[in-house]
Design a protein around this ligand. Structure first.
Ligand code: UTP
Length: 285
């Protein structure tokens, strides 16, 4: 079955990026010249996603506006013959269909995904956390969808992290190595304080099934939040799931250093900026 829908949970406060996020959604902070969320939307569209469901909260209107048409601005660009800018702008709203669902209370990632249930129906779907920005040759969402089509069970993007950082992530428990990138899973733990089952961390890209959505209903809350990891673990224990070591470089743009790292990486990989930017950086080293 073709995967057409992706859920983007964007209702969080983004406290690690304050004060920038006081009045600007974290997802609208720019990396070089595009908001973070546009990178993630482009990755989804490259993977064949046709419908994106933003799970938003109060103060997130800027995200909807960014992916809407901007008639006045488009007309102004056209009239002043700014053809390149006009083309860039019109493409944004035409990339795919955008739907917004409000998460009225911030009750965790699991709850945010559950808010999309009426739009998702029973089809498998993608989840993208847009503060995880990935530099890739082939869309990482696309890589996961390919794997899902082969295994027909939930597939989670995983990456190796140092053992002393496993307490910051959901960590998978591996059943079997299938090939150099694919692992069947027997469980997972959210931010283990000690004895992590592996050093493979789950990052913000998932292909999930209706079973996971149903399972969220049965999950209790931990510190007032419904954890997505709990729902996936239940499905893993009953019918299995897979971890996939994606091909790409990931940046956690939800924290300041990760964001700065990404800014350097993306700018240095832009042909139009690379040489001049390099000269600027040299001033500081
Ligand atoms: P984070 O843990 O990064 O939280 O959420 P946050 O609020 O965005 O940032 P900090 O930790 O305060 O700096 C992971 C993802 O889940 C979404 C967030 O928007 C982010 O994309 N989320 C989290 C929701 O949509 N709803 C929630 O209730 C919780």
């Amino acid at each position: 079955m073709k995967i057409r829908k992706a859920v983007f949970p964007v209702a969080g406060f983004g406290t690690r990026m304050l004060p920038a996020t006081k009045s600007i959604p974290k997802e609208m902070i720019t990396l070089v010249d595009k908001p973070l969320i546009q990178y993630a939307v482009e990755e989804a569209v490259e993977a064949g996603i046709e419908e994106i469901i933003f799970i938003t909260g109060r103060f997130k209107r800027a995200i909807e506006d960014h992916f809407d048409k901007s008639i006045e601005l488009e007309m102004a660009l056209k009239e002043s013959n700014k053809d390149k800018e006009y083309e860039i702008l019109t493409k944004i709203s035409e990339m795919c269909d955008f739907i917004t669902v409000r998460q009225k209370e911030q009750k965790g990632l699991g709850h945010a995904i559950y808010c999309a249930r009426d739009v998702l129906g029973k089809d498998p779907f993608v989840v993208i956390l847009p503060d995880d920005i990935i530099y890739y040759r082939e869309s990482v969402t696309g890589q996961l969808i390919k794997k899902f089509e082969e295994v027909e069970s939930p597939v989670l993007a995983i990456t190796e992290v140092p053992l002393n950082e496993t307490n910051k992530y959901g960590i998978v428990d591996v059943k079997e190595k299938i090939d150099s990138r694919t692992f069947s899973l027997k469980g997972m733990v959210e931010k283990p304080k000690n004895n992590p089952p592996s050093n493979f961390a789950i990052i913000g890209r998932y292909v999930l099934t209706y079973d996971v959505l149903k399972s969220i209903e049965d999950c209790g809350t931990t510190h007032g939040e419904i954890q997505l990891t709990d729902a996936i673990r239940r499905v893993t224990e009953s019918s299995g799931s897979y971890g996939y070591l994606y091909d790409g470089v990931r940046f956690d743009c939800g924290n300041k250093l990760g964001y700065l790292d990404a800014t350097l990486h993306f700018a240095m990989n832009r042909e139009d900026l690379k040489n001049d930017f390099c000269k600027i950086i040299k001033k500081y080293c």
